[in-house]
Design a binder for this molecule. Sequence first.
Ligand SMILES: *Cc1c(COP(=O)(O)O)cnc(C)c1O
Length: 461
Amino acid sequence: MTIQTQRSWAEPFKIKMVEPLKMTTKPEREKALKEAGYNTFLLRSEDVYIDLLTDSGTNAMSEHQWAGLMLGDEAYAGSRNFFHLEDAIKKHYGYKYLVPTHQGRGAEHLISKIMIKPGDFIPGNMYFTTTRLHQELAGGTFIDVIVDEAHDTSNKNPFKGNIDLQKLENIIKKAGAKKIPYVSIAGTVNMAGGQPFSMKNLKQVRELTDKHGIKIIFDATRAIENAYFIKLREDGYQNKTIPDILLEMCSYTDGATMSAKKDLLVNIGGFLALNDGDIFEEARNMVVIYEGLHTYGGLAGRDMEAMARGIEEAVLFDHIRARVGQVEYVGNKLLEAGVPIVEPIGGHAIFLDAKQFFSQIPQTEFPAQTLAAEIYLDSGVRTMERGIVSAGRNKDTGDHYYPKLELVRVTFPRRVYTQAHCDVTAESIIDVFERRQSIKGMKMVYEPKYLRFFQARFERL
Ligand SMILES: *Cc1c(COP(=O)(O)O)cnc(C)c1O
């Protein structure tokens, strides 16, 4: 008799073309890091061995997608690739109308301008930088209504991306439904550590918003990863397919903004998808001003074709299991070694808890910035600060914001790195962890006025 054990997953692809990487020595990395002001955003990508800065636009396309590029119909109007994309979005996201945009923020710009009036409030499950900024530029105020657990790195709630219904009800009562054009809900919430919401929670949000005539706009950027977690973790969904779950999720919302550079396996692209004919008419009119004609929205025909084909690949169970599985693989290695990370492990990234990692470094000496620099120095792996530097300063007092979460994001591009790259990454982080006590913090020597994390420069203390 054989005993059925849990078998490991493997990637549902093999490698046909390779991109050589430069291997650097420690003195070379020390020099590169110094020139970059100890800010990983300022490194040249050439000097990076394994680039885990972001999963945005860094995906590897399939042979089918590359072949699609050759079928680009670059007509100014009515490109056939637009109609392929429209079909794929109808089939898998279920929305009636499509407005393509050059990337996610293009869609955010349009929907914010159309739906938000000055003085409005937009409740959402934790902010995303560009989403919130477009809401603010349209005169709105973002209100965070995510569950409290999202702010606690050690809380193991499987759905830390959920909306707190009481918080949502409170803001509706306080501001009045007329001042809330829509609720902004994101799949696998990035800033909370790649944490999903549950279908149950989304249904409840739909019921509550329906009662008040408030719409829901879905940030569907990582909706497929969210669908995968629902299948894994939520009662009643084990036997449903990823496409079924994705369609059901979208069916409880009124429209979606999309950065195709994430879930959809392309290097550039996005869209706004809608069910309401009037809002669509306005968006289709406005896209002409800001992005391009309504059948290309700032994209080449070939980009739309790659995206249409990417959708079909992105919803395959074996793909999404391997994608999230790779992140879990590294996360579990770090947990075994006692490295403090945000739990549960997220869908697209591991978030190192730099406050716990460097308990001797006060937040004013930039523990997360220091950790990202140390990891690069150790192995050439590039990660990103998501702590006090990213949070910026309070305009009124001039002091830093002191965010509760002081994190380093280790983000995995889709279909790009091998398990051996994953091992190198985990070993490097563990190595830095083992000598954490000997590492000192940094001081900021140059600070730009806006979004300082991109260009700030540091020196070692
Ligand atoms: C990347 C991202 C965006 C913005 O999309 P861009 O394509 O970078 O403009 C919006 N929301 C989320 C959740 C994202 O990850």
